[in-house]
Design a protein around this ligand. Structure first.
Ligand SMILES: [Cu+2]
Length: 274
């Protein structure tokens, strides 16, 4: 049988096209690392997220040297937490659920794009190599404020990332001659130890205390102030740790108002006339 040269050419071209199509589909489904969202996660009770071990405190947690877990709650019309901050060169696993209706958790520019259903937990793992700021959007229509539902995902340079938290408790008012205390609590959310310095500035004077906070632990440090030295009046203080800052005012008074004796304990029933 004689096949015409052109016909042979068309046959070969058609074969090549078919092989090309199959190769494209194969590369697209396995070569790009696109994975289906896992449906192996346990379900949660959407009306009781406050008591859920994972979702009662949504946020970022370090679970390995360069590994982080982020829990996110989507609700009309916001994402919690917002913004989400993770370091570059990290592997981040997101666990997302909804508080109310069907939403989505989509981060344009990444492979993150999942539906978020109340009761279900959507899990995705993503690698972030470079620092970059991403937007998070909800791409499932979820109500009249749907178009305003957005969040921020900040991938920050590794050396700028920390999970330090500072909270300060201080006396508001002390009598002159007494001692005022400023108590700073430093929380280290990272797994590595944190060596840092707590600085207290009051009336232009600076005091420092070095502290060491273990991984995933908190440490307290207390500054005591002799109130006779600054004297009566209002004194502003500022506590700083690694760029975190809290400030307040301590008032030194001549004499503290006596609050204890005024409220005598009369019988609770009142004096009803009959
Ligand atoms: Cu939504």
């Amino acid at each position: 049988m004689n096949i015409h040269t052109y016909e042979k050419l068309w046959l070969v071209a058609a074969m090549l096209l078919i092989v090309g199509f199959i190769a494209t589909i194969a590369y697209g489904s396995v070569g790009l690392g696109i994975a289906m969202v896992s449906d192996q996660e346990e379900t949660v009770n959407p009306s009781n997220l406050g008591d859920d071990e994972r979702f009662s405190d949504p946020g970022v947690e370090q679970v390995g040297e360069n590994e982080y877990e982020v829990t996110v709650i989507a609700q009309t019309f916001m994402f919690q937490p917002d913004p989400i901050e993770v370091p570059a060169n990290s592997t981040v696993t997101f666990y997302v659920t909804s508080f109310d209706v069907t939403h989505s958790f989509s981060v344009p520019g990444t492979n993150i794009n999942t539906m978020v259903l109340p009761g279900e937990v959507s899990k995705m793992t993503v690698e972030f190599d470079e620092p970059k700021e991403y937007g998070i959007v909800c791409s499932e229509y979820c109500g009249p404020g749907h178009h305003t539902m957005e969040g921020q995902l900040h991938v920050v340079p590794e050396d700028e990332f920390d999970m330090t938290d500072l909270s300060v408790e201080a006396d508001d008012e002390v009598a002159i001659g007494d001692t005022a205390t400023v108590n700073a609590t430093v929380e280290n959310g990272m797994l590595e130890d944190l060596e840092t310095t707590v600085t207290l500035e009051i009336d232009g004077e600076t005091r420092e205390q070095d502290i060491s906070v273990g991984g995933d632990e908190t440490a307290e440090t207390t500054f005591t102030l002799d109130s006779t030295d600054p004297g009566e009046g209002e004194h502003d203080w500022t506590v700083t740790v690694d760029g975190y800052e809290e400030s307040g005012t301590v008032t030194v008074v001549d004499e503290l108002e006596d609050e204890t004796d005024d409220s005598t304990d009369e019988s609770a029933g009142g004096d009803a006339d009959e």
